[in-house]
Write a protein that binds this ligand. Structure first.
Ligand code: ASP
Ligand code: MG
Length: 412
């Protein structure tokens, strides 16, 4: 039997009623002759609640216990989905990550999947089971502890199962009907894309578009998993949603495919560090060892042998970053006057594979910022994206202005 992976996000399993709707969608695919692997998220809001409980109990928590708590939301929905399917006379059972087992690294709260043996589930399909409902987001470490894959990790679970089982497709059911040129809540003229290239999706996801976890797109690209994003709230045809696919499968596309943004950025500056060889190495080694994900970096002009070093990182890592540089200062590894954290910034980016062959995208982006009177604090670029850090209060304005300027409301 061909295998299909169907993943339901938090809003698609938010209530018993929605679980029933999702189960009906699964029933439709079973009727077509598929063996289905369903991956479920926790009910929407549940993971946030669990994370909140952990933080309140222990701000600098033991990540192994964080995982023990935070993985539990998916256990509930997996069991409920299996029960709902059984009520519809569809032979189904649930699997927690460790039961499959989804083997991961021991990097708690950010674990990576290393291997998914297929024999257990395949044997059950052989015995007439039609649906394996798997709790997303979780796995088991070599030490036998429960791990989680980072926020949004159920997407990665889904793609990894699709790759392991050679699934015909991996359908990601969510609360939007596809991938948009930008978030429609910020720009009403945002347009749904029928197709988007893996690389563009990868950039958009890593830049803050929350529709797919970055890692899931990386995996899909590596294993050529046909990935489809679609809504669980609408009747669906086989052509619905957005297909994330190889560049070659897309005929026409705009130079810029989309505008992404991220509110959860902080800008940090070390004031007056010695401008000498090795200083960047010392600072960023300290940050990396402190578990800080540094994104953008600028080194300011040096005066009298001193310089300022600025970087951006997620807002919730500011405390870690502060601790890391303070410790490095105490140990005499670096020396600085003070460390400043600006948590009122946002990152706005434009992304498109068309940038490889078209010039002028950066110039146009900066002109748009200038025309709106928005000051740019930090800039970074790659082959297919340009990002700027700006004051958070201008984020929506910047997204709308860029969407307009690059004509993203019109198809290519
Ligand atoms: N429930 C987890 C989260 O919210 C994983 C997921 O839904 O993908 O991050
Ligand atoms: Mg998600």
């Amino acid at each position: 039997m061909p295998v299909l992976v169907m993943k339901f996000g938090g809003t698609s399993v938010a209530t018993l009623d929605r679980i029933r709707r999702a189960a009906k969608r699964v029933g439709v695919e079973v009727a077509k002759g598929y063996d289905v692997i369903v991956i479920v998220s926790a009910m929407s809001g549940k993971t946030n609640e669990l994370v909140g409980w952990v933080n309140e109990t222990s701000p600098l928590y033991d990540a192994r216990e964080y995982d023990a708590v935070v993985s539990s939301g998916e256990n509930v929905t997996a069991g409920l989905m299996a029960l709902t399917l059984q009520e519809m006379d569809v032979p189904a059972r649930s699997w927690q990550g460790w039961q499959v087992p989804v083997k991961t690294t021991s990097a708690h709260s950010q674990a990576r999947i290393e291997e998914i043996p297929t024999d257990n589930i395949t044997a059950k399909f052989g015995e007439g089971m039609k649906v394996a409902v798997v709790a997303g987001f979780q796995g088991v470490s070599p030490e036998g502890r429960i791990t989680t894959l980072g926020r949004g990790g159920s997407d990665t679970t889904a793609v990894a199962f699709a790759a392991a089982f050679g699934a015909e497709r991996c359908d990601i059911y969510t609360d939007v009907d596809g991938v948009y040129t930008t978030d429609p809540r910020v720009e009403a003229k945002a347009r749904k894309l029928d197709r988007i290239a893996f690389e563009e999706m990868l950039e958009l996801a890593s830049l803050g578009a929350k529709v797919l976890q970055t890692r899931s797109v990386e995996l899909a690209m590596r294993y050529k998993v046909k990935l489809r994003v679609l809504s669980s709230f609408e009747e669906q045809s086989d052509e619905a949603g957005t297909l994330v696919c190889d560049e070659e499968e897309i005929m026409e596309s705009n130079v810029v495919a989309g505008v992404a943004f991220s509110r959860d950025e902080a800008k940090m500056t070390l004031v007056s560090v010695a401008d000498r060889p090795g200083i960047a190495a010392s600072i960023f080694t300290a940050l990396s060892e402190g578990g800080v994900n540094v994104d953008m970096i600028v080194q300011n002009i040096s005066e009298e042998g001193r310089t300022d070093m600025t970087w951006s990182c997620p807002t919730d890592q500011v405390m870690r970053a502060q601790k890391a540089v303070e410790a490095a200062k105490e140990n005499g590894v670096i020396n600085y006057q003070e460390v400043i954290a600006d948590t009122d910034v946002a990152k706005v980016s434009v992304v498109g594979i068309g940038m490889r062959s078209h010039t002028g995208v950066a110039a146009k982006m900066f002109q748009v910022m200038s025309a709106e009177g928005i000051n740019i604090k930090v800039i970074t670029t790659s082959e297919i994206k340009i990002s700027v850090l700006i004051d958070r209060k201008y984020m929506e304005l910047a997204v709308q202005a860029l969407h307009d300027a690059f004509d993203l409301d019109k198809a290519a």
